[in-house]
Design a protein around this ligand. Structure first.
Ligand code: 5GP
Length: 189
C-alpha cells in the first residue's frame, strides 16, 4: 500500500506523540479510490478463508470495511456505539474503553445478523491499544462466531494493540504501521 503510506506522510498530521490525524482521506473526508485499493488489499490478504461477513465499529471503520466486504462479496456488519442502557435481549452488548480512556461506550450487535456459522473479518481504521478490536472480538464470541482476523488501515506499533489482540488468538494485518509520532514527525516502518 505505497499510496496509503505516501498519503499518510504527505497529509497526515501528528497532533501529539500518540495521535495521528488523517481526516483528509480516511475518516472525515474520505478518498473513495484509496478505499477501493484498501478493500482490495484486505480481500487479497484474507482470501480463501471462508469469511462469511466483514464487521466494523461505527463510524470511522465503515469506509474501508465496506470496500473490503464488497471485494470479498460478503455483507458488512456495523457494530453500533450507544449510551449504556438496560440489557436488551435482542442484542449482544459489551462495554469498550475509548482510546483516550476518558470515556467508555457500549458496543452492540443485533442477534439476528450473526450466528455460530459465521467466520468474521474485523476491519477498523486504527489500531492503538486494541480496546475497540477486543470489544468486537467479545461480541463475536458471544454469538459463537469465529474471528478470521483483524485488518487495520493504520497500526501504531508503539502502542500495545497488536499484542492485546494476538493474546486472544486473532492475527492482525496492518496496511501501514507507524513506528513513531512526535510534533510534525511521522515515522513509518
Ligand atoms: P484502540 O481501541 O485500539 O485503543 O483505538 C482504536 C480506535 O480509536 C480506532 O477505531 C480509532 O477510531 C481511534 N484511534 C486510535 N488512535 C487514533 C489516532 O491516532 N488517530 C485517530 N484519528 N483515531 C485513533
Amino acid at each position: 500500500m505505497d499510496l496509503l503510506k505516501e498519503k499518510i506522510l504527505a497529509e497526515g498530521i501528528a497532533v501529539s506523540d500518540e495521535i495521528l490525524k488523517v481526516d483528509g482521506f480516511l475518516n472525515h473526508q474520505v478518498d473513495p479510490a484509496l478505499m477501493q485499493d484498501i478493500g482490495q488489499a484486505f480481500a487479497e490478504h484474507f482470501k480463501n478463508q471462508g469469511i462469511t461477513k466483514v464487521a466494523t465499529i461505527e463510524s470511522s471503520g465503515i469506509a474501508p470495511a465496506l470496500t473490503t466486504a464488497a471485494a470479498l462479496g460478503v455483507p458488512l456488519l456495523i457494530f453500533k456505539k450507544q449510551a449504556s442502557k438496560v440489557l436488551n435481549d435482542a442484542l449482544y452488548q459489551t462495554i469498550v474503553t475509548s482510546f483516550t480512556k476518558t470515556t467508555s461506550y457500549e458496543l452492540s450487535l443485533s442477534k439476528k445478523f450473526i450466528g455460530d456459522k459465521d467466520h468474521v473479518l474485523i476491519i477498523d481504521d486504527f489500531l492503538a491499544n486494541g480496546e475497540a478490536a477486543s470489544g468486537a472480538i467479545r461480541l463475536l464470541h458471544m454469538a459463537n462466531a469465529t474471528v478470521a482476523g483483524l485488518g487495520v488501515v493504520i497500526e501504531k506499533s508503539f502502542q500495545p494493540g497488536r499484542e492485546k489482540v494476538a493474546e486472544q488468538g486473532v492475527s492482525v494485518h496492518a496496511l501501514a504501521r507507524v513506528k513513531k509520532l512526535a510534533k510534525d514527525v511521522i515515522e513509518l516502518h
